[in-house]
Design a protein around this ligand. Sequence first.
Ligand code: HEM
Length: 313
Amino acid sequence: RADALPDARASNRGPAAKVLMQDGGMWWLNFRHGPLLTYGSLLLGVTVVLMAIFYLIRGRIRIEHGRAGITIERFKFIERFGHWLIASSFILLAITGLLSLAGRKLLIPLFGHEAFSTFAIAGKWIHNNVSWAFMLGLVMVFVMWIVHNLPDRTDINWILKGGGIFGKGHPPAKKFNAGQKLIFWAVIILGTSISVSGISLLFPFELTMFEPTLALLNDMGVPQLLGLGTIDATLTPQEEMQYAQLWHAVISFVLMAVIIAHIYIGTLGMEGAFEAMGSGDVDLEWAREHHSIWADEVVAKQGKPASGTQPAE
Ligand code: HEM
């Protein structure tokens, strides 16, 4: 009987309301749970294994001539603050991001639905809010260090000599060597891309990234150049969000791999490196071996370096 039907209405506002059905969803869901997770974790695993192999072959990069026992200032408090802000927030974002990507698959079987729900809610809250700290750290690091990361002639020599990773002696370098400049630009470019796609996910359907980018690529003739013809740049609002999610995750995996290598070299991989970001002061001999041009400049500016720790045995 028609009069027995409930007076049910549904309302759905926003750009997604105009799309009642879209068939891109299953492809995205399968990709997210399948190849994205598989290849993403493979990338991180391979990076860890490569670091372990590198450690076994090369060992810890030592201060060749031993510590001078005198320190010079490498990073001011504000530089270390910016670094640790981006570092701690990135690590939290990586953990909570992986939790939201793989948690259902990995944690529900271990802890059950109830406990996982608490983890997932807390993880999402941390991820959404800590993202601002990451973006602030990114801007700070960019502003403070860009002048030291512009490519110059010393980088060519440094790269040609492989940074002195194998064998004795390290090629001359300014405040940052070519390897570190690569890390810096990876953090800035990939970090910005992760931030923009993250904002698009944080405010669903409000910031469209892919439709204008695809249209721009079409206008520039890029797909035509690759023999793909003009690509369809009209995306449903849901497709826009799906691409934003995939992009956010893929680029994050790449940056996580870069950062695993960075953390290795800043801690276990190289004697004397951690102090730079710990206390802000480094041993003069370390500075001369790894950043000779910068070390000479600092000594010339400051005169005789302030006496620091006693020479190590
Ligand atoms: C536990 C984690 C980390 C440790 C132990 C660490 C350690 C260090 C150290 C010791 C330096 C100074 C190197 C020098 O004096 O020449 C440095 C520099 C730097 N760090 Fe980190 N870091 C960590 C995490 C991160 C993260 C998560 C990011 C970015 C997402 C980051 C970005 C940078 C950048 C851009 C530099 C300057 C370029 C370079 O030295 O490679 N760091 N880090």
